[in-house]
Design a protein. Structure first.
Length: 202
């Protein structure tokens, strides 16, 4: 029973990490500069995998992690790239591209999170990860992730607050970001909902 309870706790912590990183990746998708948003989303996704691996006590391997992400998100990367290019259109393109990129980024991050959560939960590691076996599961979770991202998108202020942080002075908000990640790893959502009324943005 204790083992089951412990597994449930690990799964809950991992799921919390997935949701928090989905929000981060959606915020990154709103960065108005093409390529910069793409890089930011990739960094968020890799950090999520690192967090999930820590939850399950799996030795994180950055090189293997990057390779697995690239392999799994092949079609997703093309969609991210297409939405990023829309931002090059002055005015409306930036807004439309930001919304589209945000949803696709969130869906891709959600799908990746579910894949690695499922693999690590049964004792898997980076060394025995079977990309072919998980590709269909990733695609299924990507479709589900779009719904998850759309639901989160309804909390627009929440996502824009994250986008605000990601575009702000890294040194100024460095401790703030570290505190948010630390709380997320403990299963708590302390992410800001409105940058205008949150004293931590002052």
């Amino acid at each position: 029973m204790a083992t089951n309870n412990n597994q449930e706790d690990l799964n809950e912590r991992a799921e919390s990490a997935v949701r928090n990183h989905v929000i981060w990746s959606m915020g990154a998708g709103f960065i108005p500069i093409p390529i910069a948003d793409f890089v930011a989303v990739a960094a968020v996704q890799l950090d999520m995998i690192r967090t999930i691996s820590n939850v399950y006590g799996v030795d994180f391997k950055e090189t293997e992690g990057k390779a697995l992400v690239t392999s799994l998100t092949g079609s997703g990367l093309s969609r991210l790239g297409a939405n990023a290019l829309i931002k090059l259109i002055p005015g409306f393109g930036s807004m439309l591209g930001g919304v589209s990129m945000s949803i696709v980024s969130g869906a891709s991050t959600y799908a990746l999170g579910q894949v690695f959560k499922k693999h690590f939960a049964v004792g898997g590691t980076f060394l025995d990860f079977d990309t072919d076996r998980f590709q269909r599961y990733y695609d299924e979770q990507f479709e589900k992730g779009k719904t998850v991202a759309e639901d989160i998108q309804k909390e627009k202020e929440h996502v824009l607050a994250v986008a605000f942080i990601l575009r702000s002075d890294e040194h100024r908000y460095n401790k703030f970001l570290d505190d948010l990640k630390s709380s997320a790893n403990r299963g708590r959502d302390e992410y800001p909902t409105n940058p205008k009324s949150d004293p931590r943005f002052v």
